[in-house]
Design a protein around this ligand. Structure first.
Ligand code: GDP
Ligand code: MG
Length: 308
């Protein structure tokens, strides 16, 4: 029998308040503005934001809908951290912005992270700008962690690493720290599979996330997003996408009063897609009613579902 390919592999989540640099860090770690990413709808509860293949490790960066884009609903974010993101990830990269005062919200996030059973690496970001609050973040963490250590719990934090997602400072150390703490195993995704996951899945995933955020729990399972066309011109990118629903009544919900619902979804999606391309994006969204789209093989394939 051939020996199994032994490498380290596992799922890693990026957690942190808005604007701490999660997207910038992810892009920097993946070493390219547009990463090879997939979303495998329904087969995993996570969106896969990027996969970093190293000679001895495969790091799969994940997050769950809403995690990137919480703006002012902290309670919801804490909930997502607790119930969805941290359940099955091997490591959490907890990102903070050392140029900004930690404040009360940060304390809540620290408490939440400490209460869960996951290894944590703290990335102290934006060190290129200044390190004004670096020590405050470290002492906040230590203070909270000490409380659980006093109660006989084990240490959750593996490292503090000052980094700059912008300049790349210490990102090699961060990757080393992740690699060191992943379990041995076989890779989750073959390198061939990766190249089969095109950019359009990532874009569809962003649009789907914005829809779900706005819809709350109304229609998630009867809705799908398909990116039909991406045209990368020199100065901008044109994207056309379909939103599939089963019924006309659902279409009306997605369109909203005078088109306001779909317009908001479009704006939020476009902003995040622009972050990815670093150029202007024109996003054209259309809602299509296809009764039972879940059963239509072609559409399922286009959406990235496994079909036999
Ligand atoms: P997210 O909301 O956590 O995904 O944060 P973003 O990645 O969108 O970053 C928010 C802002 O911080 C952007 O303007 C980034 O350019 C900036 N930023 C991110 N990382 C760094 C860093 O290491 N240094 C500096 N100076 N700015 C950064
Ligand atoms: Mg972001």
């Amino acid at each position: 029998m051939l020996p199994l390919e032994k490498i380290k592999s596992g799922f890693v989540a990026l957690i942190g308040r808005p604007n701490v640099g999660k997207s910038t860090l992810l892009n920097a770690l993946l070493n390219t503005k547009i990463s090879i990413v997939s979303s495998v709808p329904q087969t995993t509860r996570y969106a896969i934001r990027g996969i970093l293949n190293l000679s001895n490790a495969q790091i799969v960066f994940v997050d769950s809908p809403g995690i990137h884009s919480y703006k002012d609903n902290l309670a919801q974010y804490l909930n997502i951290i607790a119930t969805r993101v941290l359940e099955d990830v091997e490591i959490v990269i907890y990102i903070v912005d050392v140029t900004r005062n930690p404040g009360y919200e940060e304390e809540l996030i620290v408490k939440k992270l400490i209460s869960l059973n996951t290894k944590i690496i703290m990335a102290l970001n934006k060190i290129d700008k200044n390190k004004k609050f670096l020590n405050d973040y470290i002492s906040l963490w230590n203070k909270e962690e000490q409380k659980i250590l006093d109660n006989g719990s084990t240490k959750k934090l593996l490292y503090y690493i000052p980094i700059s997602a912008k300049t790349g400072y210490n990102l090699d150390k961060l990757i080393e720290a992740i690699e060191e703490n992943l379990p041995w195993g076989t890779p989750f995704y073959s390198k061939d599979t990766l190249t089969d996951f095109p950019l359009k899945f990532r874009i569809a995933d962003i649009i789907r996330e914005k829809l779900f955020l706005k819809l709350k729990k109304e229609l998630p399972h009867s809705l799908a997003v398909e990116v039909i066309d991406i045209e990368d011109k020199n100065r901008c990118v044109y994207i056309e996408a379909y939103i599939y629903v089963n019924r006309t009544s659902q279409k009306q919900i997605i369109i909203g009063k005078k088109g306001s619902f779909i317009r908001d979804v479009g704006i939020a999606s476009r902003e995040e897609i622009e972050e990815m391309f670093h150029k202007k994006v024109y996003l054209h969204l259309q809602v299509k009613v296809i009764r039972g789209w879940q059963k239509k093989i072609r559409i399922l394939k286009e959406l990235g579902y496994q079909t036999i």
